[in-house]
Design a protein around this ligand. Structure first.
Ligand code: PLP
Length: 362
């Protein structure tokens, strides 16, 4: 607290990302990063930008990157917006498209950055409870009364569960008068994208990131796809805030990534294969594992407290994420899919922990 703070700062409760400790030999399965290095083509494209040209500003319109993203999705460049990570794209969407009288609707268990942006921009929100099986109930969104917008991740975070495209379409068809943001941070691991629906639904904004499937969390590139009128709203906010959110290295690296779909397909297959094996390994040890279409699994053990288990794994130098709230998910661990070796290390650590506990009753 300081007398120099503006009133808005007093009211903020910032988002807390998963920890990034500098500890050697740590197995980091807590922030949904890709365990593999990005494509060589991306690294070479970035290296080629490390020249005296760094004295020059980057392209404020990011025209080449937008063209590459449009080509990848079979859309037009005017249907693409790019930002410094999808978190920045989301922040601009909250201000440009979701700040209205009626409340913004989002699932009660969802990306915990949404309420943070809502507070920052003074947007009222209404949480819609997930069903008992942790799936999103589209009907509950449609019956919630007037809304100033709807936002949800697909697949949802931290459950990893995907909403079928037909359900997304049903939501769009019944909700034509406010913006629907589908946050597709994890869509590349087996879910269906809504990108093809934007030509038919002018209120749909699809948000994507290169941080997860493309292994570029450190580059900070995200983008949105939508009707040109939605994209213009985002651009107006961006150009009132920062003309150059993407630097020369990020622009070049992201453009190269969009041109290397083969790398993505190969990496997706490796992650999905490890996910299948990790889920089976956890189930074999008594965990309930939600059906994941993401690069993480969300799992709980009927006999073990979630927070305690996460702390014990940390002693074994394995980081996973656990959310104290809401209470309904407090016993779940969100475990990022690592390399096969990392997944095996996690299962081995669980075996050690569980064996020690059967010998010495709590
Ligand atoms: C990781 C994540 C993001 C943010 O990604 P960045 O592009 O790294 O900012 C957005 N939404 C969800 C649901 C995420 O999990």
């Amino acid at each position: 607290m300081s007398p120099f703070w503006s009133p808005v700062v007093h009211g903020l409760t910032p988002y807390v990302p998963g920890e990034q400790p500098k500890i050697d030999g740590l197995i980091k399965l807590n922030t949904n990063e890709c365990p593999y290095a990005p494509s060589d083509k991306v690294l070479q494209a970035i290296a080629a930008q490390v020249t005296g040209d760094l004295r020059l500003y980057p392209d404020p319109q990011a025209s080449r990157l937008k063209a590459a993203i449009a080509g990848y999705h079979h859309l037009k460049p005017e249907q693409v917006f790019v930002g410094n990570g999808s978190d920045e794209v989301l922040a601009h969407a909250f201000m440009a498209l979701l700040q209205h009288e009626a409340p913004l609707l989002h699932p009660d268990i969802s990306y915990s950055f949404y309420p943070v942006y809502a507070r920052l921009y003074g947007i009222s929100t209404r949480e819609i409870a997930l069903r008992d099986d942790f799936s999103i109930a589209v009907d509950d969104f449609l019956q919630a009364g007037d809304n100033g917008g709807i936002i949800f991740p697909n697949p949802n975070a931290p459950t990893g569960m995907a909403l079928p495209l037909a359900e997304v379409e049903r939501l769009l068809a019944a909700n034509p008068h406010s913006v629907v943001v589908v946050d597709e941070a994890y869509v590349d691991f087996g879910a269906q994208t809504a990108a093809a629906l934007i030509d038919r639904h002018a209120q749909l904004l699809v948000v994507r990131t290169l941080s997860k499937a493309w292994a570029l969390a450190g580059l900070r590139v995200g983008y949105a796809l939508g009707h040109p009128a939605l994209i213009e709203a985002l651009s107006r906010v961006k150009d009132s805030f920062n003309s150059y959110p993407l630097d020369r290295l990020a622009l070049a690296g992201a453009e190269a990534a969009m041109g290397d779909a083969a790398w993505l397909a190969q990496t997706q297959a490796r992650i999905i294969d490890s996910r299948t094996r990790l889920a089976a390994g956890l189930q074999a040890r008594g965990f309930e594992v939600l059906p994941s279409q993401a690069n993480f699994v969300f799992a709980r053990h009927p006999a073990h407290d979630g927070a305690r288990l996460a702390a014990q794994l940390r002693e074994h130098r394995i980081l996973v994420r656990q959310f104290a709230r809401p209470q309904r998910i407090a016993d779940f661990l969100r475990i990022t899919i690592g390399t096969p070796e990392q997944c095996d290390a996690l299962l081995a650590a669980l075996d050690t922990l569980f064996a020690a506990q059967t010998q010495a009753p709590r």
